[in-house]
Design a binder for this molecule. Structure first.
Ligand code: UDX
Length: 471
């Protein structure tokens, strides 16, 4: 344990045990190691195994990985958290991990001084643990600064009855008090703050507490970059007087091209092994001709929507590569889903399907012209950093908020679901229009800004942790 001590100090990290959270936390920890910190990365056992399998193929990270029990029969990260019962199950399970985490921490503090605990807002008890052990907590927020701002504003949103929002409610209200935001309506408030979610989550009112927990952290590091959300970051710091720092995009340096100056193939530890055969299919297509379709690791579609999308993709006549996860449509087998895709493809070779793609490599492939996405925050950042515009179909969580910024603020994508047009018309309209090149120019500018900022990430983090950050 002695070797844990480093000249900058020791950090104990604990990510929310879900795919979209572990990878950014791991990349941040690697940056911390390069700054001279030592890190213990505490992780649910099933995720730990996957991480080690992935990392064993890569150079040493300088991080000590420590597993704690999942407390579930299935790997926690594969649980569909968009099902109400499952969500509560995952919440309770993460609560159970507190005792295991504290016992790891106790062992560490008996050997080495811990500089801070690095965890997420959604693992609320880590602040209590930090207080109990007298160690500062630094929060990593793995979503956008806008989503973070919503968390700070929950008490105000509730007081003004702008949340919870009834989904599909025609009576939209404008929201103009969120600093740095474009004009919002209640439809843009994250789905996770909907009346539906309230029903699922009896402790909804306790969300007000999140703001207090957030404000207690030594600082909040956000997986976003300043050029993307400058106004929101500035607004947050001015209104809440807290150190809120953009440290993103938390993506592999090889993907961003900051390692050796050029983008090169890279992978992230995934839920399932990536099927590389799609790369050979992509190699056979012309530049910019393929729509890449993926809904992340956890979101689900109804069978009706799956068929609607399959039909739209077929009829728009574009080539498409679709990640059809076995869990994408609850209650339907992978075989059934693949039959629907085949039936709706209108010419031989129009489509390629895989259960899990090497997404970073796919997005960097010259054949890929557009990303049909659920607007998960990792996918959004990856698309921007690959310079690929988006066709948005937000499904859950804060994906509608991300979509709002993609379509209306940054103008690097369009909504796929349009009241007046069907999917094939939206796709054809955008791919064949002037808008295509304008969006591509805009997304490439953001990509350059992201890469520029990511080169300064270690300095930004260093300044934030020593409280010298921009304020
Ligand atoms: C969840 C929420 O849905 C999202 O709204 C929130 O912002 C983060 O947590 P998830 O649904 O997994 O995340 O989506 P996303 O954030 O986009 O992350 C998916 C990750 O899986 C990405 O890093 C992507 O590269 C990777 N992926 C996805 C693959 O590697 N292969 C695939 O086939 C699909």
């Amino acid at each position: 344990m002695e070797e844990l001590a480093s000249y900058k100090g020791h950090i104990v990290a604990f990510p929310l045990p879900l795919q979209g959270h572990i990878n950014p936390m791991l990349i941040l920890c690697k940056a911390l190691v390069s700054l001279g910190f030592s890190v213990t990365f505490v992780n649910a056992e099933s995720n730990h195994k996957r991480l080690l399998a992935h990392i064993s193929a890569a150079p040493s990270t300088g991080i000590d990985f420590v597993p704690i029990p999942d407390h579930l029969d299935t790997p926690i990260a594969t649980v569909d958290v968009h099902n109400s019962n499952n969500l509560l199950l995952v919440r309770n399970t993460v609560r159970k991990m507190r005792a295991d985490f504290e016992s790891v921490l106790k062992n560490i503090v008996s050997n080495v001084k811990v500089k801070f605990i690095l965890s997420e807002m959604s693992v609320g008890w880590t602040q209590e643990t930090a207080d109990k052990f007298g160690i500062p907590k630094v929060t990593l927020f793995t979503e956008s600064a806008a989503s973070l701002s919503i968390q700070y504003h929950i008490p105000e949103l509730l007081a003004k009855k702008h949340a919870p929002v009834r989904q599909g409610c025609p009576d939209l209200q404008s929201i103009d008090y969120l600093p740095g935001f474009p004009l919002m309506t209640t439809a843009d408030i994250p789905y996770s703050l909907s009346a539906h979610a309230e029903k699922l989550d009896p402790g909804f009112a306790q969300r007000v507490e999140r703001k207090k927990v957030l404000l207690k952290a030594k600082c909040v590091l956000v997986n976003s970059f300043d050029a993307l959300e400058h106004g929101v970051f500035a607004g947050l710091r001015a209104k809440f007087h807290q150190t809120v720092v953009p440290v993103g995009p938390l993506l592999p340096p090889a993907f961003l091209g900051t390692e050796n100056g050029s983008n090169k193939p890279t992978t992230l530890p995934g839920m399932w092994p990536a099927d590389d055969t799609c790369k050979q299919w992509l190699d056979r297509q012309q530049d910019g001709t393929v729509l890449y379709v993926s809904f992340g690791s956890n979101a689900t579609l109804t069978m009706d929507d799956f068929v609607r999308l399959a039909r739209g993709l077929g009829l728009c006549k574009q080539l498409f590569l679709w990640v059809v996860r076995p869990t994408l449509v609850p209650g339907s087998s992978l075989d059934e889903l693949l039959k629907v895709v085949r039936r709706n493809s209108i010419y031989e070779g129009q489509s390629c399907t895989v259960s899990w793609a090497p997404q970073l490599q796919v997005l960097l492939h010259p054949a890929v012209g557009w990303f049909v996405t659920h607007c998960g925050w990792n996918s959004t950042l990856e698309s921007i950093c690959a310079g690929v515009p988006m066709l948005c179909w937000p499904l859950t969580a804060e994906q509608n908020l991300n979509c709002k910024f993609i379509a209306d603020e940054w103008k690097i994508g369009v909504r796929l679901l349009d009241d007046s047009r069907c999917i094939e018309e939206v796709i054809t309209g955008v791919v064949e229009s002037q808008g295509d090149s304008q969006m591509k120019t805009k997304v490439k500018k953001l990509k350059e800004a992201a890469i520029k900022e990511s080169k300064l990430i270690t300095k930004t983090i260093d300044d934030a942790l020593s409280s010298k950050s921009r304020s």
